[in-house]
Design a protein. Structure first.
Length: 92
């Protein structure tokens, strides 16, 4: 019986230690990931496709439409800029 208790206590100690280590790593890593996301945020304000998206978003908002023009751009970056502008213009 004594051997089983020692084994149980050892397993419990390891499990608790892993739990504390995981929580500590998560608490330390969370701000690092948030900073990383902010560094890659794009400023599309001078991008012509962004400005087009803002205009069309405002127009759709004024006429109570939901994304009436489905634009597709060859470059992913242009598509992202347009969608970002549209969301800004539409008020989302």
């Amino acid at each position: 019986m004594r051997t089983n208790f020692k084994h149980f206590a050892g397993v419990l100690a390891v499990a608790v230690g892993i739990g504390f280590t995981g929580a500590t790593i998560q608490a330390v890593a969370a701000p690092l990931f948030q900073d990383h996301d902010q560094d890659h945020a794009q400023d599309y304000s001078k991008n012509k496709t962004y400005q087009q998206g803002v205009r069309e978003g405002k127009d759709d908002q004024a006429h109570h439409r939901d994304h009436s023009k489905k634009r597709h751009f060859k470059k992913d970056e242009d598509q992202k800029a347009y969608e970002s502008g549209y969301q800004k213009g539409h008020g989302n």
